[in-house]
Design a binder for this molecule. Structure first.
Ligand code: ADP
Ligand code: MG
Ligand code: MG
Length: 203
């Protein structure tokens, strides 16, 4: 992969578009195992991100990602805002000064983001959170040349596997066994971001 700053900007806009289109569905997923606001939270945050980055010019990927991260941290309520914000901020640190993103940079950013998510949320693999999408994508990226279709497929499978897991962290954990037979809303929104990434690679 070789994504320019402009491609990364396009990814953020495409992510926003997908989040807006799936706003109601994301909140629906959050109803049985949460408080029904995940779509609302994400739609608000990504709309703010899209507006923030639109008018500004960026020379490097880290600065763009940092603006997105700070916007998510300050504008999104609930668990998801600080979590996505932390993940984006860690990737931004990793991409500081980099004008384009190769496979190697993608994996480094993703690895830092996953560490940030783990530290912040205290969740891990199998906990039925967004990490159950981010971790398989990281594993895939470490071992393979990144192809858009495969990347999307790995994200889909990770998201689908959360249906069957009992939640260990976040609001869904209060539902104990009853949380099992549902897709995790954060895993679904993460899948949308990686789907947008795979489409950004197909330029
Ligand atoms: P809230 O639960 O505060 O209403 P959201 O509904 O926006 O926040 O986000 C819920 C999502 O956040 C969950 O589906 C899950 O993927 C993710 N999440 C919640 N708690 C954690 C955690 N401790 N670690 C990782 N992800 C988490
Ligand atoms: Mg919620
Ligand atoms: Mg909430």
């Amino acid at each position: 992969m070789d994504l320019s700053v402009q491609d990364l900007k396009r990814w953020l806009h495409l992510s926003n578009q997908k989040i807006q289109e799936n706003k109601a569905f994301l909140s629906e997923l959050d109803q049985p195992i949460g408080d029904g606001d995940h779509g609302h939270n994400m739609a608000r945050g990504f709309q703010e991100v899209a507006e923030k980055i639109e008018s500004k010019g960026y020379e490097e990927t880290g600065a763009l990602m940092k603006d997105a991260a700070m916007t998510l941290i300050s504008k999104v309520g609930g668990a998801a805002g600080p979590l996505y914000g932390t993940a984006f901020l860690k990737a931004a640190d990793e991409w500081k000064g980099e004008t384009s993103l190769t496979d190697d940079a993608f994996v480094r950013g993703l690895e830092a983001a996953v560490e940030g998510l783990r530290t912040r949320g205290k969740a891990d693999r199998g906990g039925k959170t967004l990490l159950d999408v981010w971790l398989p994508v990281l594993d895939y990226g470490k071992e393979n040349k990144i192809e858009p279709d495969d990347l999307k497929q790995v994200a889909i499978e990770g998201m689908q596997r959360t249906n069957g897991m009992q939640a260990k962290k976040g609001r869904a954990a209060y539902f104990r066994e009853q949380s099992t037979a549902h897709i995790d809303p954060g895993a679904y929104s993460s899948y949308l971001l990686f789907e947008a990434w795979s489409e950004s690679m197909n330029k």
